[in-house]
Write a protein that binds this ligand. Sequence first.
Ligand code: C5P
Length: 396
Amino acid sequence: MTDIKGKRILLGLSGGIAAYKAAELTRLLAQAGAEVRVVMTEAACRFITPVTMQALSGNPVHTDLWDASVPNNMAHIELSRGCDAIVIAPASADFLAKLALGLCDDLLSTLCLARECPLLAAPAMNLQMWGNPATQRNLAQLRADGIAILGPASGDQACGEVGMGRMLEAVEIFEEIDASFQPKLLAGKRVLVTAGPTLEPIDTVRGITNTRSGKMGYAVARAARDAGATVTLLSGPTALAPPRGLERIDVSSAQEMHDAVMARVAKADVFISVAAVADYRPKEAKGHKLKKGTGEMMLELQPNPDILGTVAARRRPPFCVGFAAETENLEAYADAKRRRKKVPLLAANLAQHAFGADDNQLILFDDAGKHELPRAPKIVLARALIAHIAKLLPKK
Ligand code: C5P
């Protein structure tokens, strides 16, 4: 399901109360098939024991620069070779400062300096420590040195204060590590994605909608972001948490989604229309709750604008990708829809296979014909779709 399987990840813990989240992160990485080696600073061992980390990673935990049990007696070299990534979580203010200066007075800082692989750090500290100019100066240096800084988040802190400096949750760090392994096929591209259903108001408390969960559109947005694109996600009403690292704009009706797309499309290189836009809306939305009567009730509907069709008809359209959910005659309907909407690529699925589920199967239609993507988690399909888009994008 992820590209973490088979990866060698060195997880380094420095001292911080968020060390408990590193235990869960280790479990997630090990479950996904990574080989996890854990190195802890002396301060980290005050918060969580090496025994826990050994049990979860299935490997001995290293804490000592002078560890004589390491074959060549050079733990810092031995451990940092052959790694696909080093992840520091939690990364304390002190540890970030050491990294920024290139200090190496313990095993973890030494192997970071001796590394040949990417380094990712998830800061965790009190909000004043985070905001201190010294920390911010160090972070700027670390970013300039190519070190990926994951988070932090804002929220309740162990010290009782509230603000920036909370370490990301284990699952968020896991997703960031997974993202770091994705090829940057859309680097420098701006991608606009629509997702979810739309809600067409009947009155102030009722509306017409559909059963789309938004999961496929969110997966596509995340995959585009992981491929290095700058992503704007225009989302209809869903219960999904916004993916990290992209701009999410919430809209409700098809007209709102249309206006939000039109305001941004001129700058987009790629437009991926995953939303299940309602084809019709009530002609008149009442500004108060309709009262129940005794007889029948007629609802007059009028068509909504076709967002994808309008974008594809622009004089200089972005690369447009449509989606088609059908309940029957999938291939014939989808291929006809691609031609009618004049889009270079259309992804089709059977509605009964996809709605609300975590996996799906897709058939891609383009000028070369059809390409089947077998059943897989939506994020896997989304990544395959992004790779296909990257291949079709006009080369500058
Ligand atoms: O015409 P149909 O709704 O089947 O087409 C599906 C594709 O068109 C999807 O990509 C959907 O996001 C897009 N669409 C749109 N605006 C509409 C209706 C559909 O952008 N009003």
